[in-house]
Design a protein around this ligand. Structure first.
Ligand code: GUN
Length: 295
C-alpha cells in the first residue's frame, strides 16, 4: 500500500469540536441551536443514524428534537409536523430521514421544509442556489467530501474530478461543489461508456454508486485522491462487514490518498449536519457564520 489514508473519523471529531466552539459562542447571545430529526417508520439503518445524530447533537451543545412517527403516517400529518417545526423558533434545522415509506411523496415533504432550516440541503431552493453558485445549505455528505479534499490537497483548481454516481443526495451536489472549486468535472454513472478509462482521467475520484468494491485499483490514476462514499454491507467469513464502492486494497496500492470504509466519509456526514445546523442558526440571527464549515 502506498496511499495516505484520509482519516474521516479524526477529521469529523475536529469538525464537531469546531461546531461545539461555535455553539458555545452563541450561548453568549442566549442562543442554543436546535436540530429536529423526523423518522417515519422503523427502517433499522435509519434508526441507527437517527440515534447517532441525536447523541452527537447533544454532545456539541445543541438541542435535539426527535420525532418518531409510525410507518403508516399520512402525508397531511407529516406536513403538519413540518409546518410546526418551521414555525418553532427553537428549531434551527429540520431533517426528515430518508428513505420515507413508499406512500409518502419525498419531494413534496422535503420541499415543505423552510429552506433556511433545510440542513440537508435537499429543498429545491437550496439545490437551485448551489447550482447557481449562491449561498445555500449544502448537502452534508458532499460537503464532508469537499472538506476532506480541501484539507488534503489545498486548492482543487484545475484538477480533473470524476464523480461516479448521479444521485440527488451525493453525486449531483458533489459535482456542483467541485465545479465551484474550479475542478474540471465529469459525472459518470452506470451507463457511462468506457467507465474505466473515464475514471483513469481523475485526479480526484469520488465513488458514490452503492455497489460494493466496484472500482478496482486499475481504474485509478497513480497518485489520485480517492473519496469512497459507499457503505455496503457484504457477507464475510460467516458474518458481514462494511465495504466501500472502491476495492480498498488494490486502490490503495495506486492512489495517492484514499478514504477507508468504515472511518472515511461516513463520520463526516453527521459532523457536517451539525455544521449546517450551526450555520443555519447564525444566518437566522444575522450573526457571522463560522469559518471553514461551509462550502
Ligand atoms: N438517508 C441517508 N442519507 C441521508 C441524508 O443525508 N439525509 C437524510 N435526510 N436522509 C438520509
Amino acid at each position: 500500500m502506498s496511499a495516505a489514508i484520509i482519516d474521516g473519523k479524526a477529521f469529523a471529531a475536529r469538525v464537531r469540536a469546531q461546531v461545539a466552539e461555535g455553539v458555545a459562542a452563541l450561548a453568549g447571545h442566549g442562543i442554543v441551536p436546535g436540530l429536529a430529526v423526523v423518522l417515519v417508520g422503523e427502517d433499522p439503518a435509519s434508526q441507527v443514524y437517527v440515534r447517532s445524530k441525536g447523541r452527537l447533537t447533544v454532545e456539541v451543545g445543541m438541542q435535539s428534537f426527535e420525532h418518531r412517527l409510525p410507518a403508516d403516517t399520512g402525508e397531511d400529518t407529516l406536513l403538519d409536523l413540518i409546518a410546526q417545526l418551521n414555525a418553532d423558533p427553537a428549531v434551527n434545522g429540520v431533517l426528515v430521514q430518508l428513505p420515507l415509506p413508499g406512500h409518502l411523496n419525498s419531494d413534496l415533504v422535503i420541499n415543505a421544509i423552510d429552506p433556511a432550516k433545510d440542513v440537508d440541503g435537499f429543498h429545491i431552493s437550496n439545490v437551485g442556489l448551489l447550482g447557481t453558485g449562491q449561498k445555500a445549505m449544502v448537502p452534508c455528505t458532499p460537503l464532508g467530501c469537499l472538506m476532506m479534499l480541501r484539507d488534503h490537497l489545498g486548492s482543487l483548481s484545475g484538477l480533473e474530478a470524476v464523480v461516479l454516481g448521479r444521485s440527488n443526495i451525493v453525486g449531483k451536489p458533489m459535482a456542483q461543489l467541485l465545479l465551484g472549486d474550479s475542478c474540471t468535472v465529469t459525472v459518470a454513472h452506470s451507463r457511462t461508456r468506457d467507465l474505466p478509462d473515464v475514471c483513469r482521467r481523475a485526479d480526484i475520484l469520488v465513488a458514490a454508486v452503492g455497489r460494493p468494491q466496484m472500482v478496482p485499483g486499475d481504474w485509478i490514476k497513480p497518485g489520485a485522491t480517492v473519496i469512497d462514499v459507499g457503505i455496503n454491507r457484504v457477507a464475510h467469513e460467516g458474518g458481514t462487514r462494511l465495504v466501500g464502492d472502491v476495492d480498498f486494497d488494490s486502490a490503495a496500492a495506486v492512489a495517492g490518498a484514499i478514504t477507508p470504509v468504515p472511518g472515511g466519509v461516513g463520520p463526516m456526514t453527521i459532523a457536517c449536519l451539525l455544521a449546517n445546523t450551526l450555520t443555519a442558526t447564525c444566518r437566522a440571527h444575522g450573526l457571522a457564520e463560522p469559518e471553514g464549515l461551509t462550502a
